[in-house]
Write a new protein. Structure first.
Length: 359
């Protein structure tokens, strides 16, 4: 569900959190990644492709944590999950118009299987296929396959785990603006060893389920935790280190033959050298020119100066950061993808910022 709020224009760049975990089996490695994206609510075709920080060995389980932004009920749908990307769409049930406000959404991605955190706590990620359906008690359940899908955990939890679930597919979707059929995940009878899941239509009536959908789950041990997950945002930029700067849309900041732009490829034009000055960062492209701010307060490339433009990495929620110029403007892209510097960066504090990653 979502509630109304105003949305500022543009897309701010960000640093995201990625956590490497180990499988319980010592010969294998798994990953847990947490990220926040700004997902448009009304784009042509609805579906937008988002990329992981690094490719997984196999397609992960993905769960989306929606916000209350927007005046109408809404749900984030997922599909086309691969080891390097997935597609997402903000949908509304009928009789809504389907064009929803954009959302700042937290996604969690986990390698399938049983994993162990550094403090010894265990979590499990997996997928089950089902056509079993549920609906609100106030509406007639006149569709077939009314029931629950039984799911047994591979790991024996000592207590009832905390579970996140989400649909991984949209196989029966015939309309996404608004959504038909409107489906979320229903969970019942959760124990330390099993649970029941179903495709829940809640109060919606439209659409049929003719083929199975995949439900993904991530179950966490609920014992007290001492695990600390830290994102060294201010330490990724070390003297002489070569890095990539990527937007929440998966686009890389580039010096393309002297033109500052964002693009999907990550070749040499997307690589930046870093140096430190007064506890701030100087970004130098592969052409030995520097990321700077013009007199008109626009992001530009300029030849190396005796006094270079110093950028501040400002901490934000969730271990992410803002990239601020010397005039306290935040680097971002507008709706058309053009790079901008915005002065009132605090107005965008709910947005994702930018990602800095070592090459």
């Amino acid at each position: 569900m979502s509630a109304g709020s105003s949305c500022a224009p543009g897309h701010v760049w960000l640093v995201l959190a990625s956590v490497a975990c180990q499988w319980c089996h010592p010969a294998q490695a798994g990953r847990l990644e947490v990220n926040r994206f700004n997902v448009p609510g009304a784009i042509e075709g609805c579906w937008e492709t988002l990329r992981f920080v690094e490719a997984f060995e196999e397609a992960p389980v993905v769960v989306a944590l929606s916000t209350m932004q927007g005046p109408a009920p809404a749900k984030v749908r997922l599909r086309a999950i691969t080891n390097h990307s997935f597609q997402t769409c903000i949908t509304e049930p009928m009789p809504e118009d389907g064009e929803h406000d954009k959302m700042s959404i937290t996604f969690m991605m986990a390698s399938p299987g049983v994993h162990m955190l550094p403090d010894g706590r265990v979590f499990e990620a997996g997928i089950v296929e089902t056509m079993q359906r549920q609906g609100a008690s106030c509406r007639p359940l006149d569709f077939p396959n009314k029931g629950w899908e039984e799911l047994a955990f591979a790991h024996s939890f000592s207590e009832i785990p905390a579970v996140l679930t989400d649909l991984q597919t949209a196989n029966n979707e015939v309309s996404n603006q608004p959504s038909a059929p409107w489906l979320v995940v229903g969970v019942s009878s959760l124990t330390s060893s099993s649970m029941r899941v179903a495709l829940d239509s809640v109060k919606a009536f439209d659409g049929q389920v003719n083929v199975p959908e995949q439900i993904g789950y991530i179950a966490f041990d609920t014992q007290a935790s001492t695990t600390q997950i830290q994102v060294p945002a201010k330490r990724v930029c070390q003297v002489g280190q070569e890095i990539l700067i990527r937007s929440w849309q998966g686009m890389f900041l580039q010096d393309q033959a002297g033109v500052l732009q964002v693009a999907s490829n990550r070749d040499s034009s997307a690589r930046w050298n870093t140096s430190l000055s007064n506890s701030k960062v100087i970004f130098t492209s592969h052409r030995s020119v520097q990321l700077s701010e013009s007199s008109a307060n626009e992001p530009i490339l300029e030849a190396q100066q005796a006094t270079a433009q110093e950028w501040t990495i400002e901490g934000a929620d969730g271990g992410q950061v803002f990239l601020l110029s010397q005039t306290n403007r935040v680097l971002m892209t507008n709706g058309s993808g053009t790079l901008e510097l915005h002065l009132q960066w605090s107005d965008f504090s709910w947005l994702q910022n930018f990602e800095v990653g070592v090459v």
